[in-house]
Design a protein around this ligand. Sequence first.
Ligand code: FAD
Length: 473
Amino acid sequence: MVQLIRRELETLRERCAGRVVTRQDADYDVLRSVWNGAVNRHPAVIVRCSGPGDVSAAIGFAREEDLEISVRGGGHGFGGSAVTAGGVMLDLSALRLVEVDPAARYVTCGGGATWADLDAATQAYGLATPGGTISHTGVGGLTLGGGFGWLTRDFGLTVDNLESADLVLASGEYVHASASDNPDLFWAIRGGGGNFGVATSLAYRLHPVGPEVHVAILFWEAERGPEAIEAIEATVPELPERIGVLIGFGMSAPPAPFVPVQHRFRPGHVLILAGFGSAEHHAAALAPIRQALKPLFEFVAPMPYTQLQSLLDESAPWGVMGYERALDLPSLPLEARSVICEQAARKGSPMSFMPTFRLDRAFTAPADDATAFGGTREPHYTMSITAMTPSPGDLPAEREWARAAWEALRPYARGTGSYVNFLTDPDEARVHAAYGQEKYARLAAVKAVYDPDNTFHLNANIRPGRQGDGSSP
Ligand code: FAD
């Protein structure tokens, strides 16, 4: 580990308004920890950035001292790319101010805000933009990789709603990226991850949502798994607008009040439908699924949108040990259904499961190359095979489970690439597979302009290409 002498640290402290934290500080271990409890790296310095000036100063310092840089937004990245071993960690978690312009239906937030911060502020006006499904996830990392959640079937990806961003580049310069300012950069940050700069502020379009929404949770036991998946495949692609969908293949019933006591911890498959229209609209969307296969139990209730946004928080608590592999499945054919069931039955931890997002309707509206989002805009399912356990001793077996399930399901997937934000080990081959050759080349060309030395490489890394290689927006 790099030893920084007192004088160098004093220089950094003089340049930054925010705190500069080292091993000597009592809160060092708290500040270096991230959502995935399996990540245990020790940065030389953590800079608690208080604004773009600190970000620029910390980048300059790291480059002068030849130290690696990591960027922490919400700290939710599976692989722990927010934490460098021995370098400078730019902690953005103090940059979480959210400002809403309800008349213009527009919100601006700091690059370290969480979805809980953003949703709380926008819901005060009955507005929202598509975000993730766990409220403590960072807005920054989720957005830059693409972002999908309950509202994606109606309003597209998070990046489809991004209006602009303020970034600090590897050179320390400040830039604004939007459709009219630095459009090549604006294209690249809508899916290309944290490769191009540090986003200190992000601005989004808003839509009327809630405040009350309707939620249905349907659970089928593992023994009827193939029939449950058949019912899902027969009905989910036909769902109308104003309905968000999340499927939990291989999800054990939680010990929650709405789960009958005798079914708690029972392995099975879960379908959650979130309704953004009337109760009648939601009930009508639910009816064909119930008719196709009666669930073992169900829970249907109205709730505030902010509660929907934190409904699954307990399924993925901060500090759990995690690993994931993801696949894009065009459909759920007969043969895939039995493989999903077999693989789900092999998990060891009750917390592990396969959260699966249905991406269709508004998601498909933009052209494939309108943004840098990896993968196609064809309707499909994105399945994350998510291993989670509170016990370090069980992690190796759960990780193997996720890898084996991924291999077993590959024959039904569209290629080997999937969503970059679901890559625990973002090696070069996987990142290439996620974007495809053409998009990767275009991203590499933009990278060559904005980060030619690959200063921001702790991410799903795009290697700088040659300037002019297809980077035109
Ligand atoms: P961090 O770990 O802080 O950051 C990850 C990387 O993003 C950083 O290393 C950096 O490269 C980059 N980054 C973050 N912030 C900035 C910034 N302001 N400027 C520049 N670069 C930045 N994704 C979805 O789309 N939908 C979901 O529903 C969803 N659910 C999830 C649930 C769980 C439990 C987990 C662990 C992840 C989920 N994800 C989901 C994936 C999520 O989008 C990624 O993990 C994302 O990277 C999290 O962003 P973060 O800011 O919290 O992460």
